[in-house]
Design a protein around this ligand. Structure first.
Ligand SMILES: [Zn+2]
Length: 502
């Protein structure tokens, strides 16, 4: 069964076929780097990391672009308020670009910790102002944007008059959109219609991040960067454009309008794929509501509604335990259940190591692979990918991996059944488990124990052995630690350790 994905644009699940196989272009709207990332910010990157990993597993050549927004994202979606970067910089009395660099570094660190492979291209909005100006000029030439007092706005009513439909992605009527903007009318007098949105904003004298343009000094509107950078790196029409549901309107709606209104005349992407939100007690986690859990705090804990800390891999498992289009509520209970599941999967990897090292499996011939037992095992091993093909259903894929693991456990306890499966089928099924867990779902083994505590424990055994005059054991422990670069020192006050200086 080929991969199918739910396309927000058509509101149905569609078979995924790349425009130019085997190449696949994926664009994910990245973070606005003005503050620490919270758990809600991690869901999209984890989901799209699994999607790109899976596409690669299916032998596609993926170009994965995840941008960094470092300019133009104002406090309000209605093109008003201060630039988020500048506000943070002013508060800390540093350069906006210092703020951007600091939080970009932190973001990359957290994403790597969560097992997200770095994107192939990570463009920054501030590095693509020329490309953005070019798109604005194209839209103006097509008669769909106008300049007022050094700012440029997209003319939504004119766009709609031309037979296009602003609102087609989010399925919002003009009335709904107007209701959403009415509260924000203040400071919008330059716009011909409250539906219009900024492509370029004139910089006020105190505004730091500013660039020269045909309309004077200013800065690009937030939505523009993604249209310009997606086109630059993935062409006028990419395969998949992703982001959180909260970006669907107005951000992605504006992106489609910009691309349709420019020289590209496309929907920018064929598949628009949106992940759902993280909630706390049923309410969306967000900076503005103050109910967020910062990633750095989550890994160490306790923080906010959580009484404990959870490792990055447990958090990744937690995020994959829900289908990406469903909301996920975060709680200690849910994270503890995720930790149990994650550990079970990792124990599965250890069981496979044991099975692989089992000499009784070195049975000769492949005849045994034709058995019913072999067929049964291979059928179980085929299931997880079937669920991933069905709109990236990671929870069902995980459940199918647990079914497969259950079978491995049964086989490990039953040599006759194991022999009936045969080495070829076993090798195939174990390879599938490994590849799906590690390479596709990106769940890797984390350091298992606290080294300091283990060392403490070992020194305790050493002291006991010495008191018992069990000198063989004493030498054994000394020797074992020495291979780890540690020497034991007997002092008057007890046993100490030091790094071997040899
Ligand atoms: Zn974007």
């Amino acid at each position: 069964m080929p991969l199918s994905l739910y396309n927000t644009l058509t509101r149905k699940k569609e078979e995924f076929q790349p425009l130019h196989p085997p190449q696949v272009g994926v664009y994910l709207c990245g973070p606005t780097v003005y503050s620490e990332a919270h758990l809600g910010n991690a869901r999209g990157p984890v989901v799209f990391d699994v999607l790109t990993r899976y596409l690669r597993h299916l032998q596609y050549q993926v170009r994965y672009v995840r941008n960094i927004t470092d300019v133009g994202h104002l406090e309000s979606d209605a093109d008003t308020g201060e630039d988020k970067m500048e506000k943070a910089a002013r508060a800390a009395r540093i350069e906006p670009m210092q703020v951007a660099q600091h939080f970009t570094n932190r973001y990359r660190q957290h994403m790597l910790g969560l097992g997200c492979l770095p994107p192939d291209i990570e463009p920054q909005a501030s590095g693509h102002v020329i490309e953005q100006i070019q798109v604005i000029e194209e839209i103006i030439n097509n008669g769909l944007a106008y300049e007022v007092n050094g700012s440029v706005y997209f003319d939504v009513p004119k766009y709609n008059e031309e037979g296009k439909r602003y609102g087609k992605l989010s399925n919002r009527s003009i009335e709904d959109q107007l209701a959403g903007t009415r509260a924000n009318l203040e400071g919008q007098s330059e716009k011909r219609s409250p539906l219009d949105f900024a492509l370029w904003k004139k910089a006020s004298p105190e505004h730091i991040m500013r660039w020269p343009s045909p309309w004077g000094e200013g800065f690009p509107g937030w939505h523009l960067e993604c249209s310009a950078m997606s086109r630059k790196y993935l062409g006028e029409l990419s395969d998949i454009h992703g982001g959180g549901l909260d970006l669907m309107f107005p951000h992605h709606e504006c992106e489609i309008a910009q691309s349709q209104g420019s020289h590209a005349h496309t929907d920018e992407a064929r598949f628009w794929v949106h992940n759902n939100m993280i909630t706390v007690n049923g309410t969306k986690m967000s900076k503005s509501l103050g109910n967020f859990v910062l990633l750095g705090d989550l890994f160490t804990g306790p923080t906010g509604p959580l009484a404990f800390g959870y490792s990055p891999m447990v958090v990744r498992f937690f995020l994959l335990q829900a289908h990406y289009r469903s909301p996920v509520d975060v709680s200690d209970d849910a994270l503890q259940a995720a930790r149990k599941g994650y550990r079970k999967l990792m124990n599965g990897l250890r069981l496979l190591d044991k099975l692989a090292g089992d000499d009784s499996l070195a049975v000769s011939g492949t005849a045994a692979d034709q058995t019913a037992e072999a067929a049964q095992l291979l059928a179980l091993a085929a299931k997880p990918a079937e669920f991933l093909d069905d709109d990236l259903n990671t929870p069902r894929a995980l459940a199918a991996l647990f079914d497969l693991l259950k079978r491995f456990n049964t086989l490990a306890a039953n040599p006759a059944a194991l022999e009936a499966v045969g080495p070829a089928a076993l090798a195939q099924a174990t390879a599938t488990y490994r590849v799906l867990v590690q390479d596709v779902l990106g769940l890797r083994d984390e350091p298992r124990a606290n080294v300091e505590q283990l060392l403490e424990l070992t020194l305790g055994f050493y002291a006991e052995a010495k008191a018992d005059k069990a000198y063989d054991k004493v030498d054994q422990i000394r020797g074992a630690l020495k291979t780890q670069g540690i020497v034991i020192k007997d002092t008057k006050t007890g046993v100490e350790w030091a790094y071997s200086e040899e």
